[in-house]
Design a protein around this ligand. Structure first.
Ligand code: NAP
Length: 250
């Protein structure tokens, strides 16, 4: 099935690692011109090189999603180079595992800034161009934590729930310009971030809560994102799709 992504310009945040990297590679494999971005330019560049090595087109940029001015600047550069911007995937994220009662205002600020304000900043940064084009696809990576809440991730869960509410509101505002805004909610997914603390014992315990009895891979999430970024999702907006082996069914 041709997903209609060939030649589309797709900016992915947090594309230097884990889920964002898999999304960038999957978009590149569909023929999109990918702009992998990350806090660290070298990891974004490594993703870009991998896309090119697989026969795709990519141009890496450094982007700290908490910095609105930098997001605007990167979007200006992308539009100057490619003349358009068709897809934004907001994937950058970070979290600290601790009980809410043990967490600090600095922890709360960090998670809200990266996980929620990062999505707000980058979404606002692309909208003028997408409105001018009268088209665009925005896919926001939330989390099942934002749908059902996770212990030791209280403020992160709140920030991810905020991403869902924000996405629905923006979808209502910009639908008239043929701009689609949807959310994908991964469940526990094996990435460099989670593998830092995932022991075999912890994995066995978590898997019991997943009807499909396995943890997700970054590529599982990427498939759903590619679909929502594609022409296949031409009449879908404001929706939230869990990719979590059935962990949450809401
Ligand atoms: P990851 O491997 O750590 O990848 C996240 C990337 O985002 C990293 O390269 C990270 O850079 C980057 N990043 C952090 N802060 C940033 C900022 N301010 N600006 C730009 N980039 C920034 O994590 P992941 O597991 O793939 O997670 C990707 C997304 O999926 C996140 O939004 C996460 O909340 C969500 N998610 C993940 C899971 C899971 O189980 N893995 C489950 C649900 C949702 P550094 O490494 O330098 O910090």
């Amino acid at each position: 099935m041709d997903l209609g992504l060939r030649g589309k310009v797709a900016l992915v945040t947090g594309a230097g690692s884990g889920i964002g990297r898999a999304i960038a590679l999957a978009l590149g494999a569909e023929g999109a011109r990918v702009v992998p971005t990350d806090l660290k330019g070298d990891t974004a560049e490594a993703t870009a090189q991998e896309i090119v090595a697989r026969g795709g087109e990519a141009w890496a940029r450094t982007l700290d999603v908490t910095d609105f001015a930098q997001a605007q600047q990167v979007v200006r550069e992308v539009v100057a180079r490619f003349g358009r911007l068709d897809v934004l995937v907001n994937c950058a994220g970070a979290w600290r595992l601790n009980l809410f009662v043990d967490s600090t205002p600095e922890d709360w600020d960090f998670e809200v800034k990266v996980c929620f304000m990062g999505v707000v900043n980058c979404t606002r940064a692309v909208l003028d161009q997408m409105i001018a084009q009268q088209s665009g696809k925005i896919v926001n990576i939330s989390s099942d934590a934002g749908r059902v809440g996770e212990v030791r991730q209280a403020v992160y869960s709140g920030a991810k729930a905020a991403v869902i509410g924000f996405s629905k509101a923006v979808a209502k505002e910009v639908g008239r310009y043929n701009i689609h805004v949807n959310c994908v909610c991964p469940g526990y997914t094996k990435t460099p971030a989670t593998e830092r603390y995932l022991t075999p014992e912890l994995e066995a315990r978590i898997v019991k809560a997943y009807p499909l009895r396995k943890l997700g891979l970054p590529e599982d999430v990427a498939k759903a994102v590619v679909f929502l970024a594609s022409e296949g999702a031409s009449h879908i907006t404001g929706q939230t799709l869990s990719v979590s082996g059935g962990y949450s069914m809401v």
